[in-house]
Write a new protein. Structure first.
Length: 79
């Protein structure tokens, strides 16, 4: 997430920050399950098509992880 240079972030309400932290924690737990399952599937012999699907899955997980980290940073700066 980008901030306007020199701008002071508007603080979040404590209750909002707490709830967003809880949600990002839960998202992180769900992503970890997907990462571990993906790893285990990748240890098996896969067809070329299945390998492509797994590559898409891995890319999606990486994108979701990055977005979740950005959201946590957003909250941290404002609370």
């Amino acid at each position: 997430m980008t901030e306007t240079a020199g701008a002071t972030p508007i603080p979040l309400l404590h209750a909002d920050a707490t709830e967003i932290r809880r949600i990002t924690h839960d998202i992180n737990n769900a992503l970890e399950i997907i990462v571990q399952a993906s790893y285990l599937v990748n240890t098996t012999e896969l067809s070329d098509q299945a390998k492509q699907w797994m590559k898409l899955l891995d890319q999606g997980v990486q994108q979701a992880t990055t977005l979740n980290r950005e959201l946590r940073d957003f909250v941290r700066v404002r609370s």
